[in-house]
Design a protein. Structure first.
Length: 301
């Protein structure tokens, strides 16, 4: 008699299969790891896919230089814990070298500069496949994404030119200069991610749980006060109990007011929300109706 897999067990099995397929098909894969919850799950799935052997490819972080310090500390802790090879693609270094021009003004962000830095790192290290933690429920452009997301010789994404994926068969063919972005948790939801983190007892940065933080309100979001981001004259600093649903560049990632201090409370909170984490707390997705899709076409994650 066959034993029916639970929902999470099926998602885990599918993701592990995808990761192993990529390792078998491609010569120089890498895993994008920011220290955010989704990349944490992808890393843990990859470690499980090859255990007890070490991870057979490096992890890469596209570092804007404007990150939450707690997240960078967590990233370095995980890298040391598992003996990972870390590649850091630095936006600051690109600015210093004159390859990127930093935005100015109170709403300036380095988020868009990540695209060129990422593409340069792919070319430098000759990566032919990059694992990412994108999920289809995050945003409508993500919903168009295949598991194997083909990128042309310029690193660009054409949503109309993606390959069919019938019966979980993935076409990994590419020409020199082209590469693939691979999303093993495409079929997961934010709630699935939190259930998996809880059930597997996986550590995440403390900023995902409620903590007191100096914040100010801008464009309907609570932004954290950092050395990179200060309020304007008409904005008031307040100390509030908040947590972050998603983690990115500190200049465009908002917090939500929340009393959730553990996995169970976060799960209860996420279960009743009707707004995705990116839709609620990412200023970079609010610049235009198709902001994410436009960035992805340029080569973004």
């Amino acid at each position: 008699m066959k034993t029916k897999l639970s929902h999470l067990a099926y998602l885990e099995s599918e993701a592990v299969h995808i990761i192993r397929e990529v390792a078998a098909e491609f010569e120089r894969p890498a895993l994008l790891f920011s220290g955010g919850k989704d990349s944490i799950v992808v890393l843990q799935l990859a470690l499980k896919a090859f255990a007890p052997a070490p991870l057979p490819f490096p992890v890469m972080h596209v570092d804007t230089g404007h990150n939450f310090p707690e997240v960078i500390a967590f990233r370095d802790k995980v890298v040391a814990q598992y003996g990972l090879r870390l590649v850091v693609a630095s936006v600051q270094e690109a600015i210093d070298a004159g390859k990127a021009v930093e935005e100015t003004g109170p709403r300036a962000s380095r988020n868009r500069l990540q695209t060129g830095v990422l593409l340069d790192a792919i070319a430098e290290h000759r990566f032919d496949a990059l694992f990412g933690g994108a999920r289809r429920d995050e945003e409508k452009a993500r919903a168009k994404e295949r598991v194997y997301s083909f990128r042309d010789e310029f690193g660009q994404w054409d949503p109309k030119g993606q390959r069919p994926e019938l019966w979980n068969l993935y076409n990994g063919r590419y020409k020199p200069g082209e590469h693939m972005r691979v999303f093993p948790i495409s079929n997961w939801t934010e709630l699935d991610v939190w259930h998996y983190l809880r059930d597997e007892e996986i550590e995440v940065p403390d900023v995902y749980f409620a903590h007191n933080r100096e914040v100010f309100e801008r464009d309907g979001m609570w932004l954290g006060v950092t050395e990179f981001l200060q309020p304007m004259e008409n904005e008031t600093i307040e100390n509030r109990l908040v947590r972050f649903r998603t983690i990115g560049d500190a200049t465009c990632t908002g917090a939500v007011e929340s009393p959730a201090t553990n996995f169970e409370q976060v799960i209860d909170e996420v279960a009743v929300t009707r707004i995705t984490e990116r839709g609620a707390t990412r200023a970079d997705d609010r610049t235009a109706e198709a902001a994410m899709e436009d960035r992805k076409k340029e080569g973004y994650f």
